[in-house]
Design a binder for this molecule. Structure first.
Ligand SMILES: NC(=O)C1=CN([C@@H]2O[C@H](COP(=O)(O)OP(=O)(O)OC[C@H]3O[C@@H](n4cnc5c(N)ncnc54)[C@H](O)[C@@H]3O)[C@@H](O)[C@H]2O)C=CC1
Ligand SMILES: O=C(CO)COP(=O)(O)O
Length: 357
């Protein structure tokens, strides 16, 4: 079944947060954000641009202080001045009065934070999941984790090609906003959508997460190819066959092909596999240049979700009987000491086959 909402049902009265076309009445302006990394901060700034009153929960006291006292987040979003209306707190209980909450922690912290937040929030408050990864110990998607950790809360997924720094600066961006409930989907879009942040509605909650999970692993692979100077042809081949892997895995997990070809799938794959702004691609690049993943990661405060996802995604693909050779190879390089020469040789000497998903 295609769960994309029909176009006529979408064409409703109409204003996003900045007066741009939206759908119906927005959710209230009290937007909570869990996670003051680059993306949580950028989303708070974007919501503020649309007239919301964002309050971010940050893990570090110094981040709370920097946002509140200097309207900046030098640790995670350096060089981007924030609107003074973006506020921060170290106490999740302060999010109790929020009209909706954007969940943007690293994926491995999602369960604990959703559980803790649910203790302070009415179960009717929607949670918008913006993190891009799977839970390592369960292979669950973020929506599955949050359904267990914060039962009863309506859930939506925001996912697309959105480098935080560009979004925070107000440069034009677009993303998929997926929810089972079309009315909720429209109300979130009306709250968060802007002319410079175009949100496209979808009913495919699973599909909207699969793209972001797989693309991070592909970005590491592409970075390795870049670091090894294997050329642009190789990068394009990898990206295209990466889409085939994403599609096979997505279909096996119940995603719709159309979603995987949209902003949250192909769109994010293209972005993350074409710029060293991507932490995942730059991690791969460092490895391709001879660096060691653990050492590179130890030198960063930012998260490269693909480094965690590769192992769980490879195992999950095997369990489901889905062939994911690029993912398997990235996992083997990161976690089992496979040499880059062997990795490239293994991928290049696979038997020829029909070009298909
Ligand atoms: N940065 C970007 O351009 C984008 C990031 N995302 C996703 O957003 C999620 C968060 O990433 P970023 O905002 O980039 O983070 P980041 O990489 O900028 O910062 C790391 C974050 O981890 C938090 N953290 C570290 N230890 C923690 C702990 N023990 N408990 C709770 N939080 C802890 C830090 O407070 C900080 O918020 C990830 O899943 C990422 O894939 C999605 C779209 C774009
Ligand atoms: O998800 C992202 C852009 O859409 C950010 O990618 P990185 O986490 O690789 O920087």
């Amino acid at each position: 079944m295609n769960t994309r909402f029909e176009t006529p049902a979408m064409a409703e009265p109409e204003t996003g947060g900045d007066g741009s076309p939206g759908f119906g009445p927005p959710l209230g302006p009290r937007v909570g954000v869990v996670g003051a990394g680059a993306f949580g901060t950028a989303l708070a700034q974007t919501a503020r641009r649309g007239g919301a009153e964002p309050l971010i929960w940050a893990h570090e006291a110094e981040t709370v202080q920097a946002i509140n006292d200097t309207a900046s987040n030098p640790a995670f979003l350096p060089g981007v001045p924030l609107d003074p209306g973006v506020r921060a707190t170290a106490d999740l209980a302060d999010l109790a009065d929020r009209d909706l909450v954007l969940m943007v922690p690293p994926a491995q912290h999602m369960r604990r934070l959703a559980e803790a937040l649910a203790g302070h929030l009415a179960a009717s408050v929607p949670l918008v999941l913006c993190s891009k990864g799977m839970e390592a110990k369960t292979a669950k998607l973020m929506s599955e984790v949050v359904a267990e950790a914060a039962p009863g809360h309506p859930v939506a997924v925001l996912s697309g090609p959105n480098f935080a720094a560009e979004l925070a600066r107000g440069l034009p961006s677009a993303a998929t906003l997926a929810a089972d409930d079309p009315v909720l989907c429209r109300r979130i879009i009306a709250r968060l959508g802007l002319a410079t942040f175009r949100l496209y509605a979808s009913g495919d909650v699973v599909g909207a997460q699969i793209g972001s999970v797989v693309k991070n692993v592909m970005a590491i692979a592409t970075g390795i190819v870049h670091g090894l100077e294997l050329g642009e042809n190789a990068r394009a081949a990898l990206l295209t066959r990466g889409l085939a892997e994403m599609t096979r895995f997505g279909l096996a997990r119940g995603a719709e092909r159309e979603t995987l070809q949209g902003l949250s799938g192909l769109g994010d794959l293209m972005l993350t596999c074409s710029s060293l702004q991507s932490r995942n691609m730059s991690l791969g690049h460092e490895i391709g240049r001879g660096g060691d993943a653990a050492t590179v990661l130890a030198g960063r405060r930012s998260v490269a979700e693909g480094a965690i996802t590769a192992q769980v995604l490879a195992a999950e693909a095997e369990r489901l009987g889905v062939d994911m050779p690029i993912t398997r190879t990235v996992d083997a390089v990161l976690n089992r000491g496979l040499s880059l020469d062997r990795a490239v040789a293994d991928l290049l000497t696979r038997p020829f086959k029909a070009e298909e998903t």
